[in-house]
Every structure is written in C-alpha cells, then in structure tokens.
Design a protein around this ligand. Structure first.
Ligand code: 3AM
Length: 198
C-alpha cells in the first residue's frame, strides 16, 4: 500500500483558508486544479509502497517518535509554488511558528522509515500545504500567489500525526490508517501514546 505521514489542520482554519483561497482564484484562468479541503495536510514523509510486514515494523517506531515529540503551534502564512521559478506545478500555503520542531519531527519520521528499510526522499523538506496542481497545458501562472502571499492565519495546535494510505485513481483519496498523539511533556506519555493508536 502507498503510505505517507502527515499532520492535519483544525477544521476552523481549513474553512477560513478555503475562503481566502477561493477569493484568490475565483474567475482566474490561470488557477490550478484545487485540492478538496478534506484532503489538505502537511506531509512529513512520503513512504511510497510499503508491504504489511514493513508497515507493522514501522508503526511502533513512529509511535515512539510521536511519544517523544511535543505538540506544535503553527499558523498558515505566505504562499508559493513548486518549482519557484520555472513553470509552476504546485500551489502551496506556507507555515510559520514551531517550524524548527516540525522539521525535527519530519526528520525523526524519515529516520524511523529508513530504520525499517523504507526508502524515503530526504530532499530538502519545505513544510507546506498543497492547495492545487497545474497540469501541462493548463496555462499556469504564479500570479495566483500574490493575493495569498500576505495571509497570516490564526495559530493552531497540532497534537497528532497521522499515517495515511493514499488511494490513487480518478478520484484519489487519503485514508487515515493510524494516528498518534504528540505526547512529549504529557504526564502520562507512554500510556496515552498507546491509547491514541487506532
Ligand atoms: O503534501 P503534498 O501534496 O506535498 O505530492 C504528494 C503529497 O505531498 C507526495 O506525498 C503526498 C501525499 O501523496 N508524493 C507523492 N508521490 C511522491 C513521490 N514519489 C511524493 N513525494 C515524494 N515522492
């Protein structure tokens, strides 16, 4: 199965940013194809195809990472495209706040995957929320970023991280298959990390 680890945003912030996004792209011919808000997430590690045996060795390692990681406070801020200079393919919203801790968390998840012999792409990790994608011939332009670049959202807390299974196809969807609490600093770390598993 195709897996990735990500954090998701509170519904209130998703709703608020969706308004912002729709206002920014409404009526524009150069807008990307938007990702439905129910699929919005901030990827920590893309794991690719993982078989059941590896997944069962991976999960306790990720649980241990979560148990040792503090909750994070983030907010959405700025926007950009990948690639940054040539024809854009991906429109994203940036994050600020506990970005150092988010990078540490992503590196720890990637190490957990590597320890399970899952090959992860360790290219420079830029935390982002993918909002939309352009396909070749879509008439993409970076101008869509301008109305979003001044946005600074309200701070929100990230208290969990999620292992998603990615189902590809005409209507791709992401199935949460495990979720762990970010539990460092909690008085009952070990126990609650285990009970948070589903
Ligand atoms: O959160 P975003 O949208 O940045 O782009 C895919 C998405 O990231 C990424 O994993 C997330 C969930 O699908 N992804 C998909 N295939 C990938 C690959 N081969 C990949 N990331 C790296 N390498």
């Amino acid at each position: 199965m195709r897996l990735f680890v990500a954090v998701i945003l509170p519904a209130g912030e998703v709703q608020r940013y969706q308004q912002e996004l729709l206002a920014a792209v409404a009526g524009r011919d150069d807008a990307p194809r938007l990702i439905p808000p129910e699929r919005w997430h901030i990827t920590l590690a893309f794991l690719g195809e993982v078989d059941d045996a590896r997944r069962s060795r991976l999960e306790p390692r990720i649980a241990a990472v979560a148990a040792g990681s503090p909750p994070l406070t983030l907010r959405l801020a700025t926007a950009g495209t990948f690639p940054a200079r040539s024809t854009p393919r991906v429109l994203w919203a940036g994050v600020d706040g506990d970005v150092g801790a988010l990078l540490t968390l992503a590196a720890a998840v990637q190490s957990a995957a590597a320890a399970t012999r899952i090959r992860v792409d360790r290219r420079r990790f830029t935390p982002h929320l993918t909002l939309g994608r352009w396909r070749a011939g879509d008439g993409a332009s970076r101008g869509v970023v301008d109305p979003l670049s001044g946005y600074t959202g309200a701070p929100f807390e990230i208290r969990t991280m999620t292992l998603f299974r990615s189902h590809l196809g005409p209507k791709p969807w992401y199935e949460p298959v495990a979720r762990w609490r970010l539990d460092a600093g909690s008085s009952q770390s070990g126990a609650s990390a285990r009970s948070a598993r589903w």
